[in-house]
Design a protein around this ligand. Sequence first.
Ligand code: TUI
Length: 311
Amino acid sequence: MKTKITEMLGIEVPVIQGGMAWVAEHRLAAAVSKAGGLGIIGAANAPADWVRGEIRKARELTDRPFGVNVMLLSPYADEVAQAAAEEKVRVVTTGAGSPAKYMGIWKEAGIKVIPVVASVALAKRMEREGADAVIAEGTESGGHIGAATTMTLVPQVVDAVSIPVIAAGGIGDGRGFAAAFMLGAQAVQMGTRFIVAKECVCHANYKERILKARDIDSAVTGRSHGHPIRQLRNQMTREYLQKEKEGVPFEELEELAAGSLRSAVVDGDVKNGTVMAGQVAGLVKKEQTCQEILDEIMGEAAALMQGQHLP
Ligand code: TUI
């Protein structure tokens, strides 16, 4: 399928994998890119040396384009931004802030820059700063979220900017893909469905929580201090939300959450760890290869976009 995004990025299928912390390492990114989408290495809170290593390992696995997600709240954001420029990765996506100060070095390196935005205002600002496209991410997403839903945000961003828009948040199958295109998107970004990909190295317990999740199994922590994080409910979210209700200071809450995503992803502690996932987890029912995921979604979407009903 050809869209402005497949043309811009040199990919076959207009599907981008989310840059999920701890989950989106070189094996997942390479598998998504090999399957025709755009794999992303999530830099999250990692130092630049780790990111450089992952870029090089992904390059050993595939010649296809892939990207790096720079998480702007990271203490290493500056050095990771520099490393992405030096490595001349094909694409940089960003999250949790405005990447304006890095736009110059990335453009100079010939990198396509695609910030994640959660509002029309930031989308417009990013277009002015020279972004090649934006990812409009709705509040259905896992992890750090904005307030607007995908259904409302995507068409408003499409109307507000002239660069291509990629839809994210709540998209997990061909129905979501087709819906995003009806809203004016030129591609979709998916995270949660790729967590259960066979090539995803995240702990089996984490995958199982997603596979067993129901529609209303996520909770949002951190609203009280302005860093809302969507994750699946467990002992951690119950404790965290109770402490927020009691007005426990941010620093203490930070302590409670420190290292908790790693515990869930790497060690499989899905009771006390942070199990970030989108609301679409309730729709994700099987572990498949990235190729199977993309083939299935594109098959469903093709039928729907030709006006057929799915069986
Ligand atoms: O970034 C994400 N999702 C994430 S990042 C993450 S790791 C993390 N760890 C600790 C604390 C916080 C995060 C887990 N999930 N998605 C992209 C995204 N960006 N969603 C929302 C935004 C966003 C929100 C506000 C982007 C910009 C913004 O305002 C910036 C401005 O200057 O207006």
